[in-house]
Design a protein around this ligand. Structure first.
Ligand SMILES: NC(=O)c1ccc[n+]([C@@H]2O[C@H](COP(=O)([O-])OP(=O)(O)OC[C@H]3O[C@@H](n4cnc5c(N)ncnc54)[C@H](OP(=O)(O)O)[C@@H]3O)[C@@H](O)[C@H]2O)c1
Length: 387
């Protein structure tokens, strides 16, 4: 029985993880849960999975839960320390890191420091603190199990192959809802339009990141840390069908791909059961009914966020952390209808241009740069006449 600590249980990845647990009660037990503010879903999960430790974001929500479940033996904690307690739960064999944004860094790093097995959906933590995290992984002789479908695909096809034989990673991208629109047409995009992803059902932040293609930029940075390759070894291709989840080219000219229907339970179940495979509830792909598989080069003028992410990885050091933090602020402002769709890239670029690069050695260094970039992005948004 694998005991799971799940960070971000009420989100899109969190709920899909719970679905896998429910399908395999003989193999998995949810020991600890961390969520933000969605008490409705969290309460249902507590009733169903009976974890021994639960964390919520705010103290008042912890009190509400205690009142709701007076007879429940679970300990209820809150705040940053609460999530870290869940991530470091002594019984947990596997920590699933599925909080959105930089908020996932502290607990994920704490789990790695404890020598836990970590399955990672929270790509932002690796983007902003890749060196610190991968140093911990090496120190404990572990691997990070990727949940992002592209990285999970690459992880699957690399298995059993020599790392030295890897030539190139071919990272696929759906292109989001707007890959066929012109730059001019992107100007007036509404929040509602941007939230309609053609293939994947995901949380709001990653859905907007997919529409701007910042998500693919973050994934390029994520892949450099996960697979020890340079950004020059990663090619991004828009593949609107989202069937080829990514590919790897080896030095002998062979290209191996992992395919499937777009359903995150495939990648999640692979990471959860690794090194085995289990039934995931994902329907079979009938490849012969798929009319075509198309691949296009992304237009970096149109998808400026992808260009900026490539610049951030080229500069390295603290720049990816600035890119990420400014993007989180800009996406939140777009979702609140304070800025337009194309302003997201403008805010990120201005924050990057204003940033004096520095090395990130400790978690405090990362948090300092993250805080600076957030304030900078807020200022830029205000100065542009939005508050
Ligand atoms: N969704 C996908 O298909 C997908 C695919 C690949 C990678 N990912 C990555 O997986 C991560 C999660 O994505 P998602 O789509 O599942 O996001 P989501 O649906 O927005 O869920 C985010 C989760 O994080 C929790 N959370 C947010 N801030 C928190 C905080 N400060 N403390 C504790 N919990 C907090 C939320 O809690 P409440 O809702 O209770 O407030 C929720 O459980 C992201 O890094 C994303 O890039 C997602």
């Amino acid at each position: 029985m694998k005991k799971i600590a799940l960070l971000g249980s009420t989100g899109s990845i969190g709920k899909s993880t719970m679905d896998i647990v429910a399908r395999h009660p003989d193999q998995f037990k949810v020991t600890a849960l961390a969520a933000g503010r969605n008490l409705e879903i969290l309460s249902q999960q507590i009733k169903l999975f009976k974890p021994s430790l639960v964390s919520v974001h705010q103290q008042e929500d912890a009190q509400k839960l205690r009142q709701q479940f007076p007879a429940m033996p679970a300990e209820i904690v809150y705040g940053d320390e609460g999530v870290v307690a869940v991530a470091c739960h002594p019984d947990a064999d596997l920590v699933i890191s599925a909080i959105v944004g930089a908020a996932g860094l502290r607990p994920t790093l704490a789990a790695l420091k404890e020598g836990k097995n970590v399955a990672l959906a929270n790509k932002e933590s690796l983007v902003i603190a890749g060196k610190i995290m991968t140093d911990e992984v090496r120190r404990h002789d572990k691997v990070i199990l990727p949940i992002d479908s592209e990285h999970n695909a690459i992880f699957q096809v690399l298995r059993g192959n020599e790392r030295d034989a890897l030539k190139r990673i071919l990272l696929t991208a759906s292109g989001g809802p707007f890959f066929k629109r012109s730059l001019d047409e992107l100007r007036g995009i509404s929040v509602e339009e941007a939230l309609k992803h053609p293939n994947w059902d995901m949380g709001a932040k990653i859905t907007i990141d997919s529409a701007t293609m910042m998500n693919k930029g973050l994934e390029v940075i994520e892949a450099t840390w996960l697979f020890g390759v340079g950004a020059d070894q990663i090619d991004v291709h828009i593949h609107p069908q989202s069937i080829v989840h990514s590919m790897v080219e080896f030095i002998d000219g062979s290209i191996l791909a992992q395919l499937g229907v777009p359903d995150m339970r495939c990648a999640i179940s692979y990471a959860m059961a690794y090194p085995q495979r289990i039934e995931s509830g994902v329907e079979s792909l009938n490849l012969f009914e798929v009319e075509s598989l198309n691949f296009y080069k992304p237009d970096l003028k149109k998808f400026r966020c992808l260009y900026l992410a490539m610049e951030a990885v080229r500069v390295g050091a603290s720049m990816p952390a600035v890119l990420n933090a400014a993007n989180e602020i800009a996406v939140a402002a777009f979702l609140e209808k304070k800025i337009g769709f194309l302003d997201i890239a403008v805010v990120v670029e201005e924050a990057m241009l204003a940033h004096p690069i520095k090395d990130l050695i400790t978690l405090d260094d990362v948090l300092e740069v993250d805080g600076w970039a957030r304030r900078q992005a807020q200022d830029i948004i205000q100065k542009r006449g939005h508050s």
